[in-house]
Design a binder for this molecule. Structure first.
Ligand SMILES: [Zn+2]
Length: 489
């Protein structure tokens, strides 16, 4: 599958993810089957966790390339914190997870092989409480910990069908374009669809059960799960058919909802408050939607009419929308009002720095970032912003010192390496620049790109013997990984 995906991505790089994935399925069920990773002993019908991870990483790379991934680090950190809170309360928490958000107004979430769990902005915006959002994530985590992808693979093999690659892609595709997905599936694989749905229903019930346990153990309101799923099924709360894409990949039934209800009604009701981050992240996503003028109007009206679930968050969204219009003084006024409700929060400190930057006050921007980082040393939006602004002022030694320090705290953060590469480039240090870029690619699941950068580093002509041998060792390691990942003939 890796090979076919790579080839397609060369042709379709500029196309939207939905079309890319539609293309993959329409063109390629047979080809996908050929290119699937070797599963070793065929009597062993279930994929290894390593196989799953590899397939998940490959799909992640396509998603990144599609430009639909929400790159905002505060959004990413929020969903990962929420997701990991649930994961640590699941029975099996050995698996590594990676939660991400896709810019799409429809309501959907999906699990890929290898612990990758995606959700649409539409899901976050359409949930009424954090417990509702957690319900959907818990259900998805349920699919992962029960290893449904691998089991589906085993089932497919029994029915001699092209399998995991096809399933992963068709799930992704149905997510991206429900109508096309369904048409493609129906015309080519009518039998497969029926068998898959039967199999999926069993998986759905299992994901509900495991998800509900997780939700309870994590301290969320377990009644949110049947409530949200019922709303989805009725489809009354949502316009433009935004709900059905989730329903297509996770078929719901009255029976399932009744099962959930029976279960939660045996537990005592508890009131659970949403975190302030839930409100702030929703306001942020809302503030980046549509055109700036309409968004400003929406926030202004809702504040005037007091139509909001959290005033501070609503003002935060308003401030962000005002910044899009470059109404910086008004944005600052909103921030001042928020501070009378919430005196300090890392997301507010980030906003304060961003306003200063937009006002073209570089030194004030830097000191805002520096002071805020002293209070919130692990808030990555502050780290990124501080490093980017140091780079703008060519304060490269300071950037490098900051990044070295933060890379210890976030060893898997590719962007920190990207920034490091820029600082080295500014200093004219070619070996170090390519080495850091290679490490950035490695962390975006781009092994080929990483190896290429290490080769460039070796050819750069600078760097001492010690540096060269580190790069050489790393290149060998990457080449071995690339080789291990190749489907065996
Ligand atoms: Zn499901």
């Amino acid at each position: 599958m890796a090979h076919e995906l790579k080839q397609l991505s060369r042709y379709h790089n500029s196309m939207k993810l939905s079309y890319l994935l539609a293309g993959v399925l329409l063109l390629a069920p047979a080809a996908l089957a050929e290119g699937l990773p070797d599963l070793g002993d065929y009597s062993q019908t279930v994929l290894t966790p390593q196989d799953e991870r590899r397939i998940g990483e490959e799909i992640m790379r396509e998603i990144r390339g599609s430009g639909e991934l929400v790159n905002d680090i505060e959004v990413a950190d929020y969903v990962n914190t929420l997701g990991y809170h649930l994961v640590t309360h699941s029975a099996d928490n050995q698996q590594a997870f990676y939660f991400f958000v896709i810019a799409d107004p429809t309501i959907n979430a999906f699990a890929l092989p290898g612990g990758f769990v995606g959700m649409h902005t539409g899901l976050i915006l359409n949930t009424r409480s954090e417990s509702e959002l957690a319900s959907v994530l818990a259900h998805e985590i349920g699919h992962v910990v029960q290893r449904h992808m691998a089991r589906m693979m085993a089932e497919q093999k029994r029915a001699t069908l092209p399998s995991l690659g096809l399933m992963a892609l068709s799930i992704l595709m149905a997510r991206a374009n429900p109508q096309l997905g369904s048409a493609a599936l129906m015309s080519t694989q009518a039998g497969l669809v029926q068998r898959t749905l039967d199999f999926t229903r069993e998986h759905e019930r299992e994901a509900d059960r495991v998800g509900l346990q997780m939700l309870e153990a994590s301290g969320f309101d377990n009644r949110a799960m049947p409530a949200f799923f019922e709303t989805l099924m009725k489809g009354t709360r949502f316009i433009d058919g935004s709900a059905p894409s989730f329903l297509r990949t996770h078929p719901l039934s009255t029976e399932r909802i009744t099962d959930m209800r029976n279960r939660v009604e045996q537990t005592p009701y508890k009131q659970v408050l949403d975190s302030i981050e839930f409100h702030l992240i929703r306001a942020k996503l809302r503030a980046t939607e549509g055109n700036a003028a309409d968004t400003v109007k929406y926030f202004a009206n809702s504040l005037a009419e007091k139509k909001y679930s959290n005033e501070a968050a609503q003002r935060y969204g308003y401030a962000l929308a005002l910044m899009r219009e470059r109404s910086l003084d008004q944005a600052q006024q909103q921030l001042d009002k928020i501070r009378t409700i919430i005196p300090s929060h890392p997301m507010l400190e980030t906003l304060a720095a961003q306003i200063l930057q937009a006002q073209d006050r570089p030194l004030d921007t830097l000191s805002q970032y520096r002071n805020a980082l002293n209070v919130y040393p692990k808030h990555r939006a502050l780290i990124y912003g501080y490093a980017e602004n140091l780079l703008l002022l060519s304060r490269n030694d300071e950037v490098l010192k900051l990044l070295q320090d933060k890379q210890l705290a976030f060893p898997n953060d590719g962007y920190l390496y990207e920034l490091q590469s820029r600082a080295y480039a500014a200093q004219g240090k070619d070996l170090l620049r390519h080495q850091a870029q290679g490490e950035a690619y490695y962390r975006s699941f781009n092994l080929d790109g990483a190896a290429e950068q290490m080769e460039l580093a070796l050819k750069s002509g600078d760097g001492d013997f010690y540096q060269l041998s580190i790069v050489e060792a790393r290149l060998k390691q990457l080449q071995k990984l690339i080789n291990d990942n190749k489907p065996k003939e």
